[in-house]
Design a protein around this ligand. Structure first.
Ligand code: SF4
Length: 231
């Protein structure tokens, strides 16, 4: 696909998003029904799948921080077990808490379009998760003790999934993974390391839905991610 074609595709996606913003909901816009894990039948994927399922069973029952008290469902994450990209957000929202799946609301549908624009999908080559696996009340930021309690689960997921690149979404996820304190506007545009893997930060899809001026920098970040995958 040429740069021009990709740019046209991206513009089309943004136009579609404008329709969604204005309340034009289509069947196409709804997230597909997916199981939590979709193994690829290569290498040690079977072993990895078993380990991930074991880990996710533990997460489902976890009471290690106060967030367990208000949750409906835990949201361990979903995708393939040999992802090229591990997409990491901050925490589940209301739709995710209700379904047990990550990024299934409006921001999630928007994220799926971003990924699709560069040939990525939770169905085929990505895994999507969050820093905390239970919804913070009222969608507040996770507290430091809550993210610290949950981080070992994410580290274990990264260890088992072994993605090529991590894409962090938004300020909270990026600050926690990079151990830095700047805002996302200052943090994005560079490549960091998490568990010895390259990490590219970008804005959170819900932030971009509220601030259309973030679309261009997001597209720059996605193109950098795509280039990194092809190195
Ligand atoms: S947020 Fe994480 S550490 Fe806290 S209860 Fe949920 S799974 Fe456990």
């Amino acid at each position: 696909m040429t740069d021009k074609t990709v740019s046209m595709y991206w513009e089309l996606l943004n136009l579609c998003e404008d329709f969604l913003d204005s309340g034009y909901l289509t069947e196409h816009g709804r997230a597909p029904s997916l199981p939590g894990l979709q193994p690829l039948k290569t290498g040690d994927a079977g072993h990895r799948t078993a380990k991930l399922e074991e880990l996710h069973e533990t997460i489902l029952e976890c009471t290690a921080c106060g967030l367990y008290e208000g949750r409906n469902l835990t949201v361990p994450g979903e995708g393939v077990t040999e992802p090229v990209v591990f997409v990491i957000g901050e925490g589940p929202g209301a739709d995710e808490d209700r379904t047990g799946r990550p990024f299934v609301g409006k921001a999630g549908r928007y994220l799926d379009k971003w990924l699709d624009a560069i040939g990525l999908s939770r169905n085929t080559n990505c895994f999507i998760g969050n820093i905390v696996k239970c919804r913070p009340p009222g969608n507040r930021d996770p507290l430091p003790d809550e993210s610290s309690a949950c981080l070992p689960y994410l580290q274990k997921q990264v260890e088992l999934l072994r993605p090529k690149v991590i894409l962090s979404l938004g300020r909270i996820a990026t600050q926690i993974l990079t151990k830095r304190t700047e805002g996302i506007t200052a943090l994005r545009g560079k490549t960091y390391r998490f568990m010895d893997l390259p990490l590219i930060p970008t804005y959170h899809p819900s932030g971009v839905l509220r601030n259309p001026e973030y679309r261009a920098p997001v597209w720059d970040d996605l193109k950098r991610l795509e280039a990194l995958l092809h190195e």
